[in-house]
Design a protein around this ligand. Structure first.
Ligand code: ME8
Length: 683
């Protein structure tokens, strides 16, 4: 039976084929804020995160990096863990799918499903997307994956199958009876429509690679990565172990209260995972909450798109609280939201350095100056409607903040809390405590005490509410308020008037550093420098994930990038070009609309290419390798600012980028693994 006093929350376990970026940080910070608050609300909280380390994608990334899968996963997993430790993420456990406790648990789940008749042996022949680790309905080798557009691979395998088709009815019934199971509503509707459209049995083993968990009693097969990965939520708390301590833990925390995920992995969590659990007769998690994507430069931030921002850059400049506050305040939870360094610094300056920072420093320094660092006694006789209004607003803020946070409306909750900050700052300006302090009569002294008590009490309340989101700064303000260790605070009891007059303040210091334009430039330079360094090919012994990135794990023959052929763009003495030189070349995504052979020239094709702003005629020597009809609709990379030239009397207005290899310079067109809009710039 579920234990109502507990709260178990999980992040996805992140793939170790790429280093962490602020997209991963987003989910982790959301879960951390929720977990911290639940602890402060007195719940027995368990917060799990970890890494997903098996599968062909990772096997290939390791091979590309020239090291063993084990070495590879150890390195990247430790980077994830190191980052969370540096950010003081309050996870209770970090699961790695290569750990024995997980392997044992996954095998136990597999056996349980087999014993209950939900797994059978069959054979599969069809297309597989290595990137998504997904069998797809696509025809023929190389045809694109309907999920991500990358070319699929043909597999013919004897496999174990899970009877997903049998779970259609039970799943629909479950969704119907548990309306809060999938959130938000839009995702729930998508999932229901997907299941209603019919489910086919799911292949849950592979024989074509080795880097995975062997099927019990049939080690030629490894268990499908998603069955392996999803099980982490239970294996981490003891599923599959005979140890009574593990069994107790499992009973204490399972079912999970929240699986927090990004919206791209909804199907795995909301269809496959509950189907496995229903089939195994195990309790289902209480809710799966899918958030939107963090966008950077207008598309989803991801390693394969090459548009990532690392958390470390922000930690090194503005600190962890700045990043946490930005992510929760700026992004409307559930929707996609954009990251930019400008917006980060603007938010930081406005809300943290100015609003909260000012409230804290002026309130605490005036108490230090006028009351020798002791919280003054508010005088009942000197209470005005302005003081009452702040007290009332603070009480309302507590109630609204809780309600909004519980609905995962983090940005609204913070907006609510910061409305109190703004009101108190205005109250201070209007009540001019510095002017009241000039007057030496008794009433003025009592009035000054009331103003500063009111300000300090409101500061205490905002600090308590904001603690799960900006733990460092709030812990420091708490100490400056003379209240000791903030993590001992019981948030359920938070109410106006609990600040004890006479409390001795701690040492008053500024909590947030100031940021300006140079901070933005510094962060941008740090990111540029880092991407330049990780673009340098790694030696096997110093394998970097750049070498093992999603791009590098593309199937053979699929170009993820290619050099511009034949164009020299200015060199320096050491034969290197500057970034400015490079930026002179205008590279754009184009889509081939028309392609035909050029009469009398067996190497040339004439094409009409849409580059977003116009359709260009381009003539290229690729006819030996590419059939014109197969090129129509293909996205290519165009050098858009090349001077026009004539080839066989036809004007060529730009150049198509291709790799060129072999003695005869065989061309291979550069392309993209993801869908990109026509006209997008490359840089
Ligand atoms: O999918 N915006 O791992 P993964 C918001 N191993 N969130 C983002 C993001 C972005 N731009 N980029 C990443 C996997 N995330 C599987 C999960 S779970 C049993 C297995 C976050 O490394 C978001 O939570 O690709 C997303 O769902 C997750 O990272 C994907 O991480």
């Amino acid at each position: 039976m579920d234990n109502p006093g507990k709260f178990y929350i999980t992040t996805p376990i992140y793939y170790v084929n790429a280093r962490p970026h602020i997209g991963h940080t987003y989910t982790t910070v959301v879960c951390d804020a929720v977990a911290r608050r639940q602890r402060m609300m007195g719940l027995d909280t368990w917060f799990l995160t970890g890494t997903d380390e098996h599968g062909q994608k990772i096997e290939r990334s390791a091979a590309a990096a020239g090291c063993s899968p084990r070495e590879f996963v150890d390195k990247i997993a430790s980077e994830f863990r190191g980052l969370w430790d540096r950010m003081r993420i309050s996870y209770d456990d970090f699961i790695r799918t290569t750990e024995p406790r997980h392997v044992r648990g996954v095998q136990a789940l597999f056996i349980r499903l087999q014993e209950r008749g939900f797994i059978y042996k069959g054979s599969y022949s069809g297309q597989y997307c290595v990137f998504d680790e997904l069998y797809v309905d696509a025809v023929g080798p190389g045809s694109p994956c309907p999920e991500c557009g990358r070319p699929t691979e043909t597999v013919h395998e004897e496999n174990y199958f899970f009877k997903l088709s049998a779970m259609e009815g039970p799943l629909l019934k479950y969704y119907n009876e548990h309306p809060g199971f999938i959130r938000p509503e839009t995702r729930r509707n998508e999932v229901i429509a997907f299941v209603r459209s019919g489910l086919r049995d799911l292949s849950v083993s592979r024989t074509s690679f080795k880097w995975g968990i062997p099927v019990p009693n049939d080690p030629k097969h490894v268990i499908y990565v998603w069955l392996d990965a999803l099980a982490n939520y239970m294996t981490a708390i003891g599923f599959g172990s005979d140890d009574p301590k593990d069994q107790e833990k499992l009973a204490r925390y399972w079912p999970a209260d929240v699986h927090m995920i990004g919206k791209e992995i909804v199907r795995f969590h909301c269809v496959y995972w509950p189907a496995f659990l229903l089939a195994a007769d195990l309790p289902l998690p209480k809710s799966i909450i899918a958030h939107g994507w963090l966008l950077f430069e207008e598309s989803k931030m991801s390693k394969s798109r090459g548009n990532i921002v690392r958390s470390e850059t922000i930690l090194d400049t503005l600190g962890g609280d700045a990043l946490r506050y930005f992510l929760l305040r700026e992004i409307v939870f559930g929707q996609d939201g954009s990251f930019s360094f400008d917006a980060l610094v603007q938010r930081f300056n406005a809300d943290l350095a100015n609003d909260l920072g000012n409230l804290s420093s002026r309130t605490l320094s005036m108490i230090t100056r006028y009351f020798q660092g002791e919280v003054p006694y508010p005088s009942p006789s000197e209470r005005t409607p302005a003081d009452e209004a702040i007290a009332k607003l603070a009480e309302e803020t507590i109630a609204d903040f809780h309600a909004q946070f519980e609905q995962f409306q983090f940005s609204r909750a913070l907006e609510t809390a910061w409305a109190l900050v703004a009101a108190v700052n205005k109250y201070i300006v209007e009540n001019e405590p510095w002017a009241v302090a000039e007057r030496e009569d008794k009433d003025s002294r009592a009035r000054l005490a009331t103003i500063l008590y009111t300000s300090a009490e409101a500061l205490r309340i905002v600090t308590a509410l904001a603690h799960p989101i900006i733990p460092d700064a709030t812990a420091r303000i708490w100490t400056q308020l003379g209240l000791g260790n903030i993590s001992h605070l019981d948030l359920r009891a938070l109410a106006w008037g609990q600040l004890q007059p006479g409390t001795r303040l701690g040492k008053v210091e500024a909590v947030f550093p100031r940021a300006d334009k140079s901070t933005i430039e510094r962060m941008q330079q740090m990111e540029q420098q880092h991407s330049a360094e990780s673009a340098t090919p790694a030696k096997p012994e110093e394998a970097t994930p750049a070498a093992g990135s999603e791009g590098a794990s593309a199937p053979p023959g699929v170009p993820s990038s290619a050099p511009v052929v034949g164009e020299r763009v200015g060199t320096s003495i050491d034969n290197k070009i500057t970034i400015d030189d490079f930026l002179k070349v205008e590279l754009r995504v184009g889509e081939i609309k028309v392609a035909e052979k050029v009469k009398g020239a067996d190497k040339l094709l004439r094409m009409e290419v849409d580059i977003g702003t116009e359709v260009r005629q381009i003539v290229a020597g690729i006819a030996k390798v590419y059939e014109p009809e197969k090129l129509v609709g293909r996205k290519v990379v165009i050098v858009a600012n090349l001077q026009p030239r004539k080839l066989r009397g036809l004007e060529s207005n730009g150049m198509i980028v291709a790799a060129s290899f072999g003695d005869d310079g065989q061309p291979v067109l550069a392309g993209f693994l993801e869908d990109v809009p026509v006209g997008a710039k490359l840089k």
